[in-house]
Ligand binder design. Structure first.
Ligand code: FE2
Length: 309
């Protein structure tokens, strides 16, 4: 009989206990969310007074900067009160120690960087005149190969056999640049006997290259023999477009936010490099890259090469 009478309250108590557990989980999640939001707020607004939204004089309920906002303190307080009710003890509330998060010393490590190097070659005028003549002669005699190119002409991979001293000068500079950019796993300079393959490209009005990578290589490089006037007039297009290798998820989630610091504003997006005659660009071969359409009336001529081990 007693069991029968107690059945209702027991069932009710089980349900209430479950509700309390659920409420605890939600409060813990809100607290974690607030920690994350504080970190973002203080990164972009170091002077923001986070403690200003804490309750006054040890009371549990306080108005936040935004009406109806549950502050961290009220959430913690709610959690504490729930715990106290559960254990049957009510402990006097202790004031939190005050600190100014805006004054924290922060160390930021640029983990997993993606190097994209540029260098202007000396004697570029002499090299470019010779390469332009050779490449245009070959274009007139040989059909284009087809890889990532959207229009334009791309040579076969035997460019090293007919590129002469001018191409050798470019490739020597490419190897030197790669050696400067490469270390062993302990950070010591590494000398690598690079295997090279290279080819020539000619883009004219409307031509570009779709996004691609260069599998099977460590470094990839491009050297601009002729920028087709785009170096002086960026409206002519033909930029080298490099995608953030970490993917687009960050910018899809929070398109108005970026990482503070060098390069952070392109988070999840892309960077454009304007071609300039005589300039070499080098990047890891796994980086997604493409070439924007060229709108000029000239010849946009480049040498592309891969360095593998
Ligand atoms: Fe490429």
């Amino acid at each position: 009989m007693t069991d029968y009478v107690a059945f209702g309250p027991i069932k009710c108590r089980v349900e209430v206990t479950g509700e309390i557990e659920h409420a605890h989980e939600r409060l813990r999640k809100w607290l974690a969310d607030l920690e994350s939001l504080d970190a973002i707020v203080l990164t972009f607004a170091p002077d923001f007074q986070v403690e200003a939204i804490k309750p006054k004089a040890g009371r549990a309920v306080a108005a936040g900067h935004r009406k109806g906002m549950m502050t961290r303190h009220t959430a913690e307080h709610g959690l504490d009160m729930a715990r106290q009710r559960e254990s049957g003890s009510v402990v006097p509330e202790q004031p939190e120690p005050r600190q100014d998060p805006g004054k924290l010393e922060i160390q930021v490590a640029a983990l997993f960087p993606t190097p994209v190097a540029t260098a202007q070659l000396p004697e570029a005028d002499r090299i470019n005149a010779a390469l332009k003549r050779l490449i245009l002669e070959r274009e007139a005699a040989q059909a284009s190969t087809q890889h990532s190119n959207l229009g334009g002409w791309q040579s076969t991979w035997d460019f090293i056999d007919w590129g002469g001293p001018a191409l050798q000068a470019v490739l020597k500079a490419g190897e030197a640049l790669a050696n400067r950019l490469t270390t062993d796993r302990q950070g010591r300079p590494a000398r690598v006997e690079w295997k090279i393959n290279c080819w020539a490209n000619v883009n004219r009005k409307g031509h570009g290259n779709e996004f691609h990578t260069h599998p099977g290589a460590y470094w990839s490089g491009v050297y601009y023999v002729d920028d087709g006037g785009a170096g002086a007039d960026p409206s002519l297009g033909g930029q080298l477009e490099v995608q953030d290798p970490r993917g687009v998820a960050p910018v899809m989630y929070a398109p108005l936010l970026a990482f503070a610091g060098p390069g952070g504003q392109a988070l999840g997006a892309r960077e454009m490099l304007q071609p300039r005659a005589g300039m070499m660009v080098m990047f890891p071969s796994w980086v997604q890259h493409g070439v924007r359409p060229y709108h000029g009336d000239g010849d946009r001529i480049s040498v592309a090469f891969n360095l593998s081990v």
